[in-house]
Design a protein around this ligand. Sequence first.
Ligand SMILES: Nc1ncnc2c1ncn2[C@@H]1O[C@H](COP(=O)(O)OP(=O)(O)OP(=O)(O)O)[C@@H](O)[C@H]1O
Ligand SMILES: [Mg+2]
Length: 231
Amino acid sequence: MIEIHEVSRTFAAPGGGEVKALDGVSLRIGQGELVAIVGASGSGKSTLLFTMGGLSAPTGGRVVLDGQAVYDLDQGGRAALRRDAIGFVFQTFNLVPYLTTLENVMLPAILAKRGRREAEAGAMRLLERLGLGDRRHHRPAQLSVGERQRAGIARSLVNDPGVILADEPTGNLDPESAGHVVALLRQLNEEGQTIVLVTHDADLAEQASRVVRLRAGRIIEDRPSMRKLAS
Ligand SMILES: Nc1ncnc2c1ncn2[C@@H]1O[C@H](COP(=O)(O)OP(=O)(O)OP(=O)(O)O)[C@@H](O)[C@H]1O
Ligand SMILES: [Mg+2]
C-alpha cells in the first residue's frame, strides 16, 4: 500500500554545500505491517517518515500511497490525503494547548467535515478505549505525558486512516508510559492497523514485525523483527 521508489531528499546546508538526508531509498510496506525504522541520529528517519506521509516532497523518486502518487497531487489534494488516509503521531504530541482532550481528538474529524455529533461520538469512543474518558475536559497541560501521547494516538485514529506514521512516539515518555503506548500500538496492529514508527529504542523496534535500518540516508538492513522470527 505504501511504495517508495528511489526516493532522495537533499537539503541545502547552512553555509553552503548540501546534505543528502535520503539517498535512493526504495521500500514497500504492505497492509497490516508494523514497521520500525531505526538508525543513528541524522540518518534520515524523520525525513523518510515525513516524505512517506506527504509532508515533505522528495528531490527525486516517487511515493505512492494506495495507488496514488502522493506528490502528483497539488497542495490541497495532499492535505486531504493526509487528513483522510494518514494518522501522524509526534514525539512532542503536537496537541492544541487551548483545546480540551476531546476537542483535540475531534479536530481531524471536524476538518474532514464530519458532523459535530458524529465527530464527538467517534472521539469519545477512542478516548474510552484508550482510558482517557474521564480526562476529556482536561487541556493538554493538565494531562500526564503518557496521557498526552495516548490523546495524540486517539487523534491519529479518529478518521480511521489506512496508516499510522509515528515519529519517536515514546521518545518523551517514562518507561512505564512508553510500555503502555507500545502495547497499544501492537494491539492496534493486531487488529489490522498498518503502522510505521521511527524509534531509537532497540527493544521497541523488536516489538514491530519488521525492522528497517537507515545509515546516511540509505537502507542498510531490512529484516523481520526478533518477535516475528520467534513466532
Ligand atoms: N530542514 C533541513 N535543512 C537542512 N538539513 C536538514 C533539514 N532537515 C533535516 N536535515 C538534515 O538531514 C539529515 C537527516 O535528518 P532527519 O531529521 O531525517 O534525521 P533522523 O534520523 O530523524 O535523526 P534523529 O534521530 O536525530 O531525529 C540530518 O543530517 C539533518 O541535519
Ligand atoms: Mg528524527
